[in-house]
Design a protein around this ligand. Structure first.
Ligand code: SF4
Length: 475
């Protein structure tokens, strides 16, 4: 069953929980990635690497405007065209204009969360272009007409059998469950698209400010083909995806590869510092870099700057017990898992638009332990909840509950009387239901939907203590 990402939050979660295949697929893959990450970090001084990376990213945030200016200057000096996009429509329009100026018909793309964020495929298709995803996982979900469900592994929610069905239906593949045959078919199809494409579009894992270089890492080599084969190359990058120097780039690469997949290094790391120069045998004739804000500066101003240090490795998703149960689509947003639950509301014009997401967490802290930048995601989630309450957008039942609890705890007489009442009432009700309370009316039915509720003690601790003291005094 596919989760309807447009359904209300609770329905999405119910749909996800009701699909045992989804849970098996997601938890198997996330366990594998988390174990690989742990082993890879244990091989080196993982803690030292994390501390160094955090320091570097903090430095970037402290000097953000300066590094951005350096990057822009160096990109221009290298012959790139730099575009600034404030929001989704600006970014879409910039890429559409580039396509129009180059009479483009076919676009090949490498996996990119920034282009997902600005719904670029949809905008380009509406403008009459054909867009082909070339990362294998993205290619599969494009064929299946679904959004990605993981930052690093977009098709994590599908089992092999489901992917084979998609290939049979959309690519007329003869019936097979052999992954190597399926991969070969996709590879042959995509190769033709690479040769025919007018424009290549990628995201950007990070850009090096001191050299004006765009870096992308992949395991399939498609990123390099997308950025070097078509005449025109466009990189869309969030304005926080910066490192100051080449040394910093290697620090981030090390942490990114180990945290994402447990690899020492990805198979490909492509660095582009401008268009083809005289004498170069290949490379694009034009390189455009779109620097995307889309709420990042607002997020910084709101006090959620720490989340801008994220390097999108996905380790927090793999460690999260909530993500493991519900997968990515139940979040209903481009970014999911713990980091998605923070940045989706924090980037949005109104935090309250995504008010459920800061509650899609157990606050166990596993995400913070896995994060290579040591981002304190649980604290950021609590900050968001606090902001929602300040804005009057917290859950109504929770606000009512806290108010009633506060009134109850301020009056000893009321507390003791209600305690007695609850003790008698709950024990009578439990007696009728055979020992434990199996059903409670809304809003408490959420509890009894999954577990019994034990009745209150017949006698409060205070009463028991008073009686005990009386008996002792008499003795
Ligand atoms: S928050 Fe940390 S663990 Fe999660 S994706 Fe970002 S860098 Fe990786």
């Amino acid at each position: 069953m596919q989760v309807d990402i447009h359904a209300p939050y609770k329905d999405r979660v119910r749909q996800a929980l009701g699909d045992p295949n989804l849970r098996v697929a997601v938890s198997k893959a996330t366990d594998r990635m988390a174990n690989a990450r742990n082993a890879s970090m244990d091989e080196i001084e993982g803690e030292r690497l994390r501390s160094q990376l955090r320091q570097m990213k903090q430095n970037v945030l402290r000097n953000w405007p300066d590094y951005l200016q350096d990057l822009e200057t160096n990109l221009r000096q290298n012959g790139c065209v730099v575009h600034w996009a404030e929001g989704i429509e600006d970014a879409q329009q910039i890429v559409k204009d580039i396509a129009l100026q180059n009479s483009a018909k076919l676009v090949v793309k490498a996996k990119s969360m920034a282009t997902e964020e600005i719904h670029l495929n949809h905008a380009l298709e509406e403008a009459g272009l054909r867009v082909v995803e070339t990362d294998l996982g993205e290619y599969i979900i494009q064929l299946a007409e679904e959004p990605p469900s993981h930052i690093v592994a977009p098709v994590i929610h599908k089992r092999l059998e489901e992917i084979a069905d998609v290939f049979q239906e959309k690519l007329d593949m003869p019936a097979t469950r052999d992954p190597s045959k399926m991969t070969s078919l996709a590879r042959a199809r995509l190769r033709k698209e690479f040769f025919a494409a007018d424009i290549g579009i990628t995201g950007c894992n990070f850009a090096i400010a001191e050299t004006g270089t765009i870096c992308i890492v992949t395991n399939e080599g498609n990123g390099r083909m997308v950025s070097s084969m078509p005449r025109v190359y466009v990189a869309v990058m969030g304005i926080e995806k910066l490192v100051p120097t080449v040394e910093d780039a290697f620090l981030q690469l090390q942490a990114l590869c180990r945290s994402a997949t447990g690899q020492k290094f990805t198979v490909y790391c492509s660095m582009t510092s401008g268009p083809r120069r005289p004498g170069d045998v290949d490379g694009p004739e034009q390189v455009h870099v779109v620097l995307l804000d889309n709420g990042r500066t607002r997020m910084f101003a709101r006090g959620y700057g720490e989340a801008l240090m994220c390097i999108r490795c996905g380790a927090c998703l793999n460690a999260c017990p909530v993500y493991q149960e519900i997968g990515g689509h139940a979040y209903g947003s481009t970014y999911n898992g713990p980091i998605g639950a923070v940045i989706t509301p924090a980037l949005a014009p109104e935090i309250a638009r995504f008010k459920e997401l800061p509650h899609a967490t157990s606050l166990c802290g596993a995400c913070r332990e896995a994060c290579p930048v040591k981002i304190d995601l649980p604290r950021l989630l609590l900050d968001l909840r606090s902001d929602l309450v300040q804005q009057g957008a917290g859950p109504t039942t929770e606000a009512l509950g806290i108010k009633s609890y506060s009134a109850l705890m301020s009056s000893r007489r009321m507390y003791e009387s209600l305690g007695k009442l609850a003790g008698i009432g709950s024990n009578v009700y439990a007696g009728m239901s055979g020992g434990n309370i199996k059903f409670m009316p809304p809003p408490l039915n959420g509890w009894t939907a999954y577990r019994d509720f034990a009745p209150f003690a017949r006698k409060s601790f205070r009463d028991w203590w008073r009686e005990r003291s009386k008996v002792r005094r008499r003795a």
